[in-house]
Every structure is written in structure tokens, then in C-alpha cells.
Design a protein around this ligand. Structure first.
Ligand SMILES: [Zn+2]
Length: 387
């Protein structure tokens, strides 16, 4: 039997809302990056706007896993001037654009037709509400958390504020994205103390006068924030703080950021026999085939997963005590590393990530209820199975 690994969305599901209010492509990008900041992409990645001008008015958007020539053609037909793809079609430097391969031809076709291609790749893999959350949702997992949280992407701001302005400054910092810890927002710590300073001749002090030593009751406030927000946070600080020279310092933190990182782990509501879990996996992900290591004679409860190429996370799935590790792109020798501690289920790269289209569509329609979203009907999976 010959078939395509067809787990595509029904194109009829397309939410065609061409009567949308006018908006620019930039607004869509800004919103998506408020959920999956580009700062969270891996160093090898190339997420972001790949062709087009973000200031162009949006007509319709086409959501796809891969951007190929066929997908650009589909965008032309459906009058979409924005393609939102998970995988970036341009992954490494292009030295020429002559149409000698599918990457060049896709880019040329998009540019000729004023179509913006935007990729949201490993930044969407690495956030809590991203690719892996969608897979966990399909499998009905509970108590999900990031399997390998990232370090070194959090900072701490310490600032000294006159008591009269403490609330206003903290509110501005929180609005700029500081003080978010897990399910808690607007977190901060403050302690009262005495600040001293002496303005010079050219200073324009909010309190005090030139050449005179001052003592002011101040608050020392501390907030945690994602490091990539430093610029906007300092802007908010300087706008809300009354002093000409704001006294502050920033430290980088080594803390793990539980909200950002690779893979996910969660639990089934009820433990299943291994074969029953495989059946559940096949059904819930719409699979035709699963490559897996030998089943282990114990009930299955804890599931680790990673959409796309996830073999690098196997040691972490083992360490976390997972019963199954669901991912894709395992090489022959890598399967041996399961060592009967867990079962690897390789469900295919495309098959593991195809619901990312749903995820992007849901995120967009939540924010822009009248947004023109179309799901691509092109099956971009380059792999077929002959059974
Ligand atoms: Zn992928």
C-alpha cells in the first residue's frame, strides 16, 4: 500500500475572514513574538521575517509548517500576502538567487508576488505555550513542564526610588514585562532606606540643590525580568522615575527559566499498558506508523516529548523518569540508548509538528478574533511510506 503520511488539516477548516480591520504585517509579528520572542531561538536558527516588508498592509495570512514553492503558489491563489511558516525556508546564507534550487525558487516567487515569509521556529519550540504544549494537549497530558529549561536568560534590576514614586515606577516596570515568575505576575521586593547625593552646578535635580548634600528616604526595589526586555525596561524606568540620574544596576541571573526551553514532560490522566499507549499515540496524532524501541513491561504514565528532531533530549527524558519519549528523527544507533529504561517512539518530523499550524491559528484568532487566517492545504512532508 502506498500513501502519504497524511495528517493534514482539512483545508475547508480555513477561517477566511477577509472582512478584517486593516492591520500591518508588523502587528502580527509583534504579537507572535510577544509569545515566542526571537531571543529564544537557537543560535543555528533563522526565525523572523525572511522576505517582504513588515509595514505592508496585511491582506490574508497563510499558515504552514514548511514554505515551499507550492505553498507560495497557494498564497497567491488565496490572495494571502503573508506566509507564517514554522520552518525557515532560508536557513543558511544565500550567495545568489538564480532559481537553481527549491529554496531560491521559493524566495524568488515570494518576492515577485510581494509575499512576506515569516518563520517562527525554535523560538516557538522553546516556549511553554509552543509546539510541544500542542503535542501534550493532543495526547491529553497533565502537569506539563519544560523538559530542559534554559539558563542565562533572566536578569535582575535593582533600582532606588524616592518613596513618593515607588508605586508608579514599579507599575511601569511591571507593564514593561518585569516581575513575571511562573503563574505569578507583578512580583517585586522592596526595602526602605536612606539615599544620599550631592548635585553639581549643572545638575537639574528633582530634589535638592547644587553643592548641597542631600538625604532622601528611598525604596530599593528589585524585579526579575527576561534579559531580552532590558532595552524596553530601562526606557520604562527612565520615563517613570523622577530623578535626572536614575541609580540602578542590572545583574544576569543563572536561574533556570521554567517557561523557556526544549521538550516537555507530562503525565497521562490514567496509566496505560504500553501497547494501549501506542494505540492512543497513533490515534491522537493521526499517525499511520510509529517506529519504536521494545515495549517495557510496566504501565505508562510519564511521557516526555519533543516536536521535530529530538534525539538530543533523550538523556533528559531518561533522567526525568519518563516511560515513553515521543519525538522524531532518531538514527539507528540512537535507538539503542533507550536501554530498556524507556520506550522511544519516533513518530516522524512532519507528523510531530503538523499541529503547529493549529497552534499558530489559535494564537492569532485569540488575539485578533476577526483575523484572516488560512491553513495551507499543501502537504509539505517530503517523506512517504510504502507499506
Ligand atoms: Zn521541525
Amino acid at each position: 500500500m502506498f500513501y502519504h503520511a497524511k495528517v493534514q488539516l482539512n483545508p475547508e477548516q480555513a477561517i477566511d475572514l477577509s472582512q478584517t480591520a486593516k492591520m500591518k504585517i508588523q502587528e502580527v509579528i509583534q504579537y507572535l513574538e510577544s509569545i515566542a520572542p526571537r531571543a529564544y531561538q537557537e543560535s543555528y536558527d533563522n526565525s523572523g521575517l525572511l522576505t517582504g516588508n513588515a509595514n505592508t498592509e496585511l491582506t490574508n495570512a497563510l499558515i504552514t509548517l514548511d514554505c515551499t514553492e507550492e505553498v507560495v503558489q497557494e498564497a497567491i491563489t488565496k490572495k494571502c500576502n503573508l506566509i507564517i511558516a514554522h520552518h525557515p525556508i532560508v536557513f543558511k546564507g544565500l550567495k545568489k538567487l538564480t532559481g537553481s534550487n527549491y529554496v531560491e525558487r521559493t524566495i524568488i516567487l515570494a518576492i515577485k508576488n510581494d509575499i512576506a515569509i515569516y518563520a517562527i521556529h525554535t523560538n516557538l519550540d522553546n516556549v511553554h505555550q509552543g509546539v510541544n504544549k500542542k503535542i501534550a494537549e493532543k495526547l491529553g497530558l497533565q502537569n506539563v513542564r519544560i523538559l530542559l529549561p534554559k539558563q542565562d536568560n533572566l536578569s535582575k534590576l535593582v533600582v532606588f526610588i524616592p518613596q513618593s514614586h515607588a508605586d508608579a515606577v514599579l507599575t511601569a516596570l511591571h507593564e514593561a514585562g518585569a516581575g513575571q515568575i511562573g503563574n505569578y505576575k507583578n512580583c517585586s521586593f522592596s526595602v526602605a532606606g536612606m539615599g544620599t547625593f550631592q548635585p553639581n552646578d549643572v545638575a537639574n535635580p528633582h530634589i535638592g540643590e547644587a553643592g548641597k548634600q542631600e538625604k532622601v528616604e528611598e525604596i530599593r526595589a528589585e524585579v526579575i525580568f527576561p534579559s531580552h526586555l532590558e532595552g524596553s525596561l530601562l526606557k520604562a524606568l527612565k520615563q517613570s522615575h523622577p530623578y535626572e540620574e536614575v541609580a540602578y544596576y542590572i545583574n544576569s541571573l543563572r536561574n533556570e527559566n521554567q517557561e523557556v526551553g526544549a521538550g516537555m514532560i507530562g503525565e497521562l490522566a490514567e496509566a496505560l499498558e504500553p501497547a494501549a499507549f501506542l494505540a492512543h499515540l497513533k490515534k491522537s496524532m493521526g499517525l499511520k506508523v510509529i517506529r519504536h524501541t521494545p515495549l517495557i513491561n510496566r504501565k505508562v504514565k510519564k511521557i516526555a516529548l519533543c516536536g521535530g528532531s529530538g534525539s538530543f533530549l533523550l538523556p533528559h527524558a531518561l533522567k526525568a523518569g519518563a516511560d515513553f519519549y515521543v519525538s522524531a528523527d532518531f538514527k539507528y544507533h540512537e535507538f539503542f540508548d533507550a536501554e530498556k529504561h524507556l520506550t522511544i517512539a519516533d513518530i516522524g518530523h512532519y507528523e510531530s509538528e503538523v499541529y503547529t499550524k493549529d497552534l499558530i491559528g489559535e494564537l492569532l484568532t485569540k488575539k485578533f478574533p476577526t483575523f484572516a487566517v488560512n491553513f495551507s492545504g499543501t502537504i509539505t512532508n517530503p517523506i512517504s511510506y510504502y507499506l
